[in-house]
Design a protein around this ligand. Structure first.
Ligand code: SF4
Length: 322
C-alpha cells in the first residue's frame, strides 16, 4: 500500500450559466473548484459531504464520464485528464463504477448473466461459453446462484441487484472502483452486507475504492482515509481514525457531531450549523464555509485557506490550523 494509483491535482468543474438568444455565458456553477487528493494502490478513500458538495461530480470526472474544466488526473502512472477515443476506451477497462440505483444501471431487457458477460465480450476478453462460465463464476462470487444467469433484473431485490452491478463492475478485473452512494438506496441491514462484500472483493480482486457517500457511518466503516468536501472544495482529508477521532475543520466537527452513532460513549455536543449552503454559482469569498462557521474570524472572509498537513497525512484547510 505505498504507490499512488490515482493522483488528482487542482480538479475543477465549472458548468457554464448562459442567457439570452445567443446563449452568452454569464456565469458558472463551480461544482468542483480545485480539488486535490491521492489514492494508494489497495486503499479505500471515502469522500463525504452534503448533497451538492461536488463529491459525485469529482467521482464522475475521475471516471472521465464528465470532462474536467481544469486540473490533472493521473491514473496508474498515466495522465488521463484529456484522453479521448480509443485510448480512453482502453484505460476505462481498468476503472469501473458502481452506481446508487442498481436498477437504473442494469438493462431490463438483458438477463443478469448477459449483463455480467457483456463487458467481457465487448472488450474481447472472453467469448461464447467461456464468457458464460465466467459470468456464472462472478454471480457466485457476489453471493448469488449460478442458476440466476437467465433471470432478469426485475426478479431481484435491491440488494441482489447491487450485487449484480458489482459483479459486472469487477468482470474486467479493474484496478479502481468508484462507488457513488452505492448503498444509500438500500435498507440498513442490506447496506452492511454489500459493504462487507465490497471489502471481501477488495482483497480477492486487488481493488482500490473511491467510495463516495453522504453517510459518515458508512464511509467510516469501509474507508482507510476520508476526505470531506464542502461547496466544491476538499476541506479536510486524513486517515480515518485521526479524522473521526479528532476532526480539525469546523465543518467536519459539525458533521460528526450530528451523525447518529448511539454506541459512541464520549459523544461530543451536537453542533448545529446555521444557514444554508451557499449557491455554487455564487460562492462566498475567502473560506467557502465562513457564512456558516461557528468560529469564523475576519480573515476568513477575505483569504481562502489552503490544505495544510497538520498531523501525519492529515490535511485541513482552515485558518485555525496554521
Ligand atoms: Fe471557519 Fe475560518 Fe476555518 Fe473557514 S477558515 S472553517 S471560516 S475558522
Amino acid at each position: 500500500m505505498s504507490q499512488n494509483l490515482l493522483e488528482v491535482t487542482d480538479l475543477q468543474k465549472h458548468f457554464p450559466i448562459t442567457a439570452g438568444f445567443f446563449k452568452r455565458q454569464v456565469g458558472a456553477v463551480k461544482a468542483v473548484d480545485g480539488v486535490s487528493f491521492y489514492l494508494k494502490a489497495g486503499e479505500t478513500l471515502g469522500i463525504v459531504g452534503e448533497s451538492g458538495c461536488g463529491k459525485s461530480t469529482t467521482g464522475r470526472m475521475v471516471m472521465r464520464i464528465i470532462q474536467p474544466t481544469r486540473g490533472k488526473i493521473v491514473f496508474d502512472g498515466q495522465d488521463i485528464s484529456r484522453l479521448r477515443g480509443r485510448a480512453l476506451r482502453d484505460i476505462r477497462r481498468k476503472f469501473q463504477m458502481v452506481f446508487q440505483d442498481p436498477y437504473a444501471s442494469l438493462n431490463p431487457k438483458m438477463s443478469v448473466g448477459e449483463t455480467i458477460a457483456e463487458p467481457l465480450i465487448v472488450n474481447q476478453v472472453l467469448k461464447g461459453r467461456q464468457a458464460t462460465e465466467r459470468a456464472v463464476q462472478l454471480l457466485e462470487t457476489v453471493g448469488l446462484r449460478g442458476g440466476d444467469f437467465n433471470r432478469y433484473p426485475h426478479e431481484f431485490s435491491g440488494g441482489q441487484r447491487q450485487r449484480i452491478g458489482i459483479a459486472r463492475a469487477v468482470a474486467l478485473n479493474p484496478k479502481l472502483i468508484v462507488a457513488d452512494e452505492a448503498v444509500s438506496a438500500l435498507d440498513v441491514s442490506i447496506q452492511s452486507q454489500i459493504l462487507n462484500l465490497l471489502m471481501d472483493l477488495k482483497s480477492d480482486f486487488n481493488l482500490s475504492y473511491l467510495f463516495i457517500s453522504h453517510n459518515l457511518a458508512v464511509v467510516r466503516h469501509i474507508s482507510d482515509r476520508v476526505g470531506v468536501m464542502y461547496l466544491g472544495h476538499m476541506v479536510e482529508i486524513g486517515p480515518k481514525h485521526s479524522l473521526y477521532g479528532e476532526p480539525l475543520h469546523p465543518y467536519t466537527q459539525a458533521l460528526i457531531s450530528a451523525a447518529p452513532e448511539p454506541k459512541r460513549v464520549n459523544r461530543r455536543a451536537r453542533i448545529i450549523l446555521q444557514g444554508d449552503v451557499p449557491s455554487p454559482a455564487n460562492p462566498p469569498k475567502g473560506c467557502p464555509f465562513h457564512t456558516r462557521c461557528p468560529r469564523v474570524m475576519d480573515e476568513c472572509k477575505v483569504e481562502r485557506p489552503v490544505l495544510q498537513e497538520v498531523r501525519p497525512d492529515h490535511f485541513v484547510a482552515c485558518h485555525l490550523h496554521r
